[in-house]
Design a protein. Structure first.
Length: 490
């Protein structure tokens, strides 16, 4: 069942005679998140109502079965760096599938960066390590997350000193493992969580089965973003992504301020061939622990001391007890719950800054435009030549105007850096000045050649000038400043 336009109608209803639905607190890639109440245990929860929206009833049944299986697996994960999934089900009356999760307070990493900028190097390494720890917990039980990005790494503001403050969100809608009996490929418009900015090459290529190495790649892209403030790649086409990655990793290796072991770890995460990456987050975590131990960073996680999965068990007990006391207080005073929450079912400091998955059509439209762009640009050149041959100045002028938009955009997409809007504007201004300088003589071969060269030079220069250099990573002395948690060390 689709929820489009019907989200608010669920408020006040009770799913499966147990979970009372409250206000909408966010919208994700596969459904709507509500604040809710578990009436049996009298605790506040986050309820993610899934929107399958498949035209084929058989395909919907298969997908529902898969989600139920994955919900059971996700509910079995008990780890301090993974948001807890309490329950899953299908309401028999409304025929709605849902997941019940713990209700967190805080903000995700994407929102924090928008508000406070990139973190220190020490905090970036801690986020990298904690996220790998949470991912490893899912990989151990056969879950592949598929959508690791800053918006799915949550900084919990309600955590006490000495407890982990980062959680991986949305394991409940992950793909169940690479085994044939754990993976269901549904034809048609099956939900497919995907954030092109951090998606693996396999995902961008349309692979139906993903391994844990795909998550490792995405986490490596997130780490690159945390450390440099820039995305490792901007295109959504694998050939362009490979080219951009090589440039990004080359720049990363040339920065002498970064520990060599950190650079090599990120480089291995972002390897083009999945076989050359860390096979799972478990192996990545081992490398990050080594890095943390050798470098001596006393960052956000120093006081927490999460050095192994085993140490997380005792922390998880204390965390559960703390959550129980907080939840009990909320039941007595429901008005104390924060009203503004984000797409992960958690409290948010700034609801206007939520990072959402793009609509399904958006990446498809972008890819289609990128594929037709060279042809359109070539067509404008052919039109200009035809205008010169037939002595039709109007055709030449129209092609020049088209090139003012197409050429800067083409260069911007090929380079993957800079501002396309700035390049288009600058090229337009310089083109007009060139035409004015020639006093309208663009209709002849010499004038057209001059304007074309001016456009090419200006488009390249504008794209290069508007590509802001990545902010310098924090030096080790700054990273070693004492801090108690992520909120203090950002």
């Amino acid at each position: 069942m689709t929820l489009s336009g019907l989200e608010s109608l669920l408020t006040g209803r009770t799913l499966c005679d147990r979970y009372r639905v409250g206000p909408v607190i966010g919208r994700g890639g596969m459904g709507v998140v509500y604040q809710g109440l578990d009436t049996r245990l009298q605790r506040p929860v986050a309820i993610k109502v899934l929107s399958l929206n498949l035209p084929d009833p058989r395909a919907e049944s298969i997908l529902r079965s898969r989600l139920a299986r994955e919900g059971r697996i996700a509910a079995g994960i008990r780890h301090p760096n993974v948001v807890a999934v309490f329950d899953h089900g299908t309401d028999p009356t409304l025929q709605l599938d849902f997941l019940v999760m713990e209700l967190l307070e805080g903000e995700d990493v994407a929102r924090r960066i928008k508000r406070a900028g990139v973190p220190t190097l020490a905090t970036s390494i801690d986020i990298f390590r904690w996220a790998a720890d949470g991912l490893a917990a899912g990989h151990r039980v056969g879950l592949v997350h598929r959508d690791i990005k800053p918006a799915n790494l949550f900084l919990e503001s309600g955590a006490r000193s000495g407890e982990p403050t980062l959680k991986v969100l949305d394991f409940g809608i992950a793909q169940a493992g690479p085994d044939a009996d754990m993976t269901v490929t549904v034809a048609g418009d099956a939900p497919h969580p995907l954030s092109p900015a951090f998606a693996s090459l396999e995902q961008l290529s349309g692979a139906s089965r993903l391994t844990p190495a795909s998550d490792v790649y995405s986490l490596g892209a997130v780490a690159y973003y945390l450390i440099t403030g820039q995305r490792a790649f901007r295109s959504s086409e694998p050939p362009e992504v490979r080219s951009e990655l090589r440039q990004s990793l080359r720049a990363l290796k040339e920065d002498t301020r970064l520990p060599g072991s950190l650079v090599s770890t990120i480089e291995r995460c972002l390897a083009e061939d999945p076989a050359q990456r860390f096979p799972s987050a478990e192996e990545l975590l081992g490398s990050l622990r080594e890095l943390h131990a050798r470098s001596g960073y006393a960052g956000a996680g120093a006081s927490i001391g999460l050095t192994s999965a085993e140490s997380g068990a005792s922390v998880g007990v204390a965390h559960s007890e703390h959550r129980a006391s907080v939840e009990a207080a909320r039941v007595e005073n429901p008005a104390s719950a924060a009203p503004d929450r984000d797409s992960g079912g958690v409290a948010a400091a700034n609801p206007d800054a939520v990072e959402r998955n793009p609509p399904v059509w958006q990446p498809r439209l972008t890819r289609a435009a990128e594929k037709t762009l060279p042809g359109l640009l070539g067509g404008s050149v052919v039109a200009a030549l035809a205008g010169l041959i037939t002595e039709t100045p109007g055709m030449v002028v129209l092609s020049v105007i088209a090139a003012m938009v197409l050429l800067p955009w083409f260069i911007h997409r090929r380079r993957g850096r800079g501002s396309a809007r700035f390049a288009i504007l600058a090229t337009a201004v310089v083109t007009m000045l060139a035409i004015a300088l020639m006093r309208g003589g663009v209709g002849d071969a010499g004038g057209y050649s001059f304007v074309t060269i001016v456009q090419l030079v200006m488009a390249s220069a504008a794209s290069w000038l508007s590509a802001a250099p990545p902010p310098p990573p924090q030096v080790q002395a700054e990273a070693e400043a004492p801090s108690s948690n992520l909120r203090d060390s950002w």
